[in-house]
Design a protein. Structure first.
Length: 429
């Protein structure tokens, strides 16, 4: 599944969500309109009926009132139709003017139904389109996408799994796995991960004391790789004091720790002195973007990267990198397995160190340069490393071995110079 394919699926999902929201809003709008019409009709009917009752029951005075009451009781049956016809005529007309006739109501409902069906069909079409895209991207049968005859070193697999558990802070589980699987993990490696993880936990709590102590103990190694970790730690502590409105404490801290970085980080120190002008409102000052929560994330990332580097450990989990890269490679290898020929079945596909096709990987999965010999068109390997000639051109070792053809010297394929294979030097990228 390539990056472009994932983007297309994401685009269709966003479009589908928009269609669903529009359908929901349309349904709610039409229902509200119908409910409003019915409510208006009911209010008109109730209002008309109550006014008619009040007018019909208006009390008279004296003897006339009694006669009227007796007459109404005696002739109630004969007068009811006339009263219904005359008294409620205006009410019925007003209510029916609000509520359409049976045919009109049916037409209104049918129109609303047609609109909703069209909008709902668009949503279903979007769902079907996404299903088709996912079906094209998902590999159902991956048996042919991997090399079953590949020989894997169990010890390296155990080390990768155990190291991943250590990196995730699952120390008890990692110790049990190392003991049961017999993974060759040294005790100092386990303790190094313990220390690194505990320091990272302290940094997430905005506590730099343990990290500064660790940096002080490894200062020479950090200076050798030109690390800025120590200054970053003092920087966030200085800013933390300012955010606590401790201006005097921040000035004292800067005098104690910033002096040794005057040569390498003078512009940053000057910027920090500008923070003092806004000590009481640093969060709303022009320096606010520099003192946000992201500064702690950057310090944590820097500590993780530099500590792994000087301790000889990979910054990223090897298990995570292998699984992620393998997941990206499955669609490409599956497609290659379907179109490969019997010729490359016995050569390229079964090669232990090569793949039949190029696997496009993101930049974070590229750890070194790859050299392709301009003569043989082969990629370099540990057994066939790149070699630099006396003239400055580079070829693979096997190509240099074939060029002399029985002579002690050979001519460079790209320039007139002649040289001996013994004068060629291996290149390390």
């Amino acid at each position: 599944m390539g990056f472009e394919d994932l983007c297309s699926v994401e685009h269709e999902l966003n479009a589908l969500q928009l269609k669903q929201q529009l359908l929901h809003d349309s349904c709610a709008r039409h229902l509200d309109e119908l409910i409003e019409q019915m409510q208006r009709a009911r209010n008109a009917w109730d209002t008309g009926g109550m006014s008619q009752d009040d007018s019909g029951a208006a009390p008279g005075t004296g003897h006339d009132a009694d006669e009227t009451g007796v007459a109404s009781m005696m002739d109630v049956d004969s007068q009811a139709p006339a009263r219904d016809s005359a008294g409620f005529k205006s009410t019925s007309e007003e209510a029916m003017s609000i509520v359409p006739s049976t045919t009109g109501k049916r037409n209104v409902v049918e129109q609303v139904q047609k609109k909703l069906v069209v909008e709902q069909r668009e949503v279903y079409n979007g769902i079907n389109k996404i299903i088709k895209l996912v079906d094209k991207l998902v590999v159902l049968d991956i048996e042919k996408a991997y090399q079953s005859s590949a020989v894997l070193d169990p010890q390296k697999i155990h080390v990768a799994i155990a190291t991943h558990l250590f990196r995730e802070g699952m120390f008890q589980l990692a110790d049990n796995y190392v003991r049961e699987a017999g993974a060759p993990i040294e005790a100092n490696t386990s303790s190094a991960y313990h220390e690194m993880y505990s320091i990272l936990e302290e940094l997430r709590k905005h506590n730099v004391q343990r990290a500064i102590a660790w940096v002080t103990a490894h200062r020479e190694q950090l200076e050798a790789i030109e690390s800025t970790l120590e200054f970053r730690l003092h920087s966030v502590e200085f800013i933390r004091l300012l955010l606590q409105r401790d201006r005097a404490g921040a000035v004292k801290y800067a005098r104690e720790h910033f002096g040794r970085f005057a040569k390498s980080s003078l512009p940053d120190i000057q910027r920090h002195m500008g923070f003092l002008l806004y000590a009481t409102r640093l969060e709303t000052s022009p320096y606010a973007p520099l003192v946000s929560e992201t500064m702690w994330s950057q310090v944590i990332e820097t500590f993780s990267r530099d500590s792994c580097r000087i301790l000889g450990m990979a910054q990223d989990s090897a298990l995570h990198v292998v699984v992620s890269a393998g997941t990206l490679a499955i669609p490409v290898l599956s497609k290659a397995s379907r179109i490969r020929t019997p010729m490359n079945e016995s050569s390229e596909w079964t090669g232990a160190d090569h793949l039949p096709v190029e696997i496009p990987l993101p930049q974070e999965f590229r750890f070194h340069s790859i050299f392709a010999c301009p003569v043989s068109r082969e990629e370099s390997t540990p057994d066939n490393p790149p070699m630099i000639l006396f003239c400055g051109h580079a070829l693979c070792k096997n190509s240099i071995g074939r060029l002399p053809r029985g002579n002690s010297r050979f001519k460079c394929p790209y320039c007139p110079s002649e040289q001996s294979p013994s004068k060629c030097t291996q290149i390390n990228f």
